[in-house]
Write a protein that binds this ligand. Structure first.
Ligand SMILES: *Cc1c(COP(=O)(O)O)cnc(C)c1O
Length: 423
């Protein structure tokens, strides 16, 4: 469900014509819908409440750290899951209170830990023994005990793309399942640490409920073991990972997901934390691009557009599928012909779609890549010295540029040539 639709033959974001934004902002650009963000957040939060869970929804900023997007969710009551000092600063700037922020990540530096402790955030999800020792030292030096969860790796196959599977024992994340009890025992002995609970995140873009159920069951088993040993386990952070439809997939609904949590963990009296990223923002964004040329190759037609892999890397990185909509609605019965939709970057991987059946497209036409709100702008780069793609947020009949397109001077402003090179 999203608020991008055709009206009067034109693609709109809520009440705003994409064509109007393109004329004002230029292409390519990301466009987000406030109503869609709000709907996703509300449906998800309501599902948890209806399942009887005392749950805090911490938006995983890495999916879309744009300040206006985060603030939209913050105003609806979202907390944040951050994985770097930069994300933590953004979450705070967007108005998320420290007591609703959790800090995840396998390689938090001492500097980052110090910053998080100083800000008094809700919880740090610790992923290793060296991190545990570092954090204890830092917190103890400040005379505090930092609330933590230990992230365990449940060795469950999420059944998703290898690059976004995180819960197998060969993945770098979390503490090995079989050693969890031992590490909890060490944590308990450290002066700067207050063990609050267990964290677990098995991967992203999950389209089946079973891997979640298997992971939650392991968490349940661990709660029993730890409680029997006197640990006061009162928080369970279940990570993110719920998938969205890109190409006809049918991921579990928020209600199914909430029921799976309630069925496995609901009776433990723990506060539940969930960290959805993609689910909240994926469908709430599109990437708008203009056709530069249509080139007839020897065996196929290439539609060359002005967006590229540096703007949206998911197809190149994860073989991901994004829907493609012409911004001008195709005539009923328009023929669909297979084309390759490619960007201008000098890499064969700069291909958005191969042999995709699309209605006829010509130079100057606008297209929209759908479901681009998660891991789109967030992963953009300046490869090929292309400016970072701007971002626009729509609300009703209104829109605002929420990240401007840098000009070429901005892009090189941080660089300089050493004196020895002269002028
Ligand atoms: C990436 C990540 C998330 C969010 O994942 P989604 O698939 O976008 O929901 C949540 N928690 C942690 C620890 C992550 O690394």
């Amino acid at each position: 469900m999203n608020h991008f639709h055709y009206r009067g033959g034109q693609l709109l974001a809520e009440g705003v014509a994409i064509d109007d934004i393109a004329r004002h902002v230029g292409t390519p650009f990301y466009c987000y819908s406030t109503a869609t963000l709000a709907r996703h957040f509300t449906v998800f939060q309501d599902a948890l409440a209806q399942a009887g869970l005392d749950a805090t929804v911490c938006f995983a900023l890495k999916a879309n750290p744009n300040l206006a997007v985060v603030r939209t969710l913050a105003q609806l009551g979202a907390g944040a899951d951050v994985v770097s000092e930069g994300e933590l600063r953004r979450a705070l700037r967007a108005g998320i209170p420290p007591e609703r922020i959790v800090f995840s990540g396998v390689g938090k530096t001492r500097h980052e830990l110090e910053f998080a402790v100083a800000k008094g955030i809700f919880q740090i999800n610790v992923e290793s023994e060296p991190e545990l020792r570092a954090l204890s030292e830092i917190a103890a030096a400040r005379g505090v005990r930092m609330p933590i969860a230990l992230r365990v790796n449940p060795d469950v196959d999420a059944g998703t793309h290898a690059k976004i599977t995180t819960g197998k024992k060969e993945n770098k994340f979390g503490i090995e399942w079989t050693r969890a009890h031992e590490v909890f025992t060490r944590a308990r002995a450290l002066p700067g640490i207050e063990v609050m609970g267990i964290a677990c995140h098995i991967g992203s873009q999950l389209t089946e409920i079973e891997p979640f159920q298997a992971a939650f069951q392991r968490v349940r088993d661990l709660v029993a073991i730890l409680r029997a040993d006197g640990f006061n386990i009162r928080r369970l952070d279940l990570g993110g990972g719920l998938g969205v439809p890109y190409d006809g997939e049918t991921p579990p609904s928020p209600a199914d997901y909430a029921k799976a949590i309630a069925a496995t963990l609901g009776d433990l009296g723990c506060r539940i934390i969930v960290e959805p990223g993609r689910l909240l923002v994926g469908n709430a964004g599109i990437l708008v691009s203009r056709v530069v040329y249509v080139k007839e190759g020897a065996t196929r037609t290439f539609v060359i557009v002005d967006a590229a892999m540096n703007d949206l890397i998911r197809p190149a990185m994860y073989e991901a599928h994004h829907g493609i909509l012409p911004v001008t609605e195709p005539a009923a019965g328009a023929p669909l012909l297979p084309v390759d939709v490619v960007g201008p970057v000098c890499e064969t991987g700069d291909t958005f779609a191969r042999q995709r059946p699309l209605p006829p497209l010509s130079e100057g036409d606008l297209i929209a890549f759908t479901t681009a709100g998660a891991y789109g702008a967030a992963m953009a780069s300046m490869y090929n010295a292309r400016p970072l793609v701007p971002e626009v947020l729509v609300k009703g009949d209104d829109y605002a540029i929420v990240r401007a397109r840098p000009d070429f001077e901005d892009m090189i402003a941080l660089e300089s040539t050493p004196d020895w090179m002269g002028g």
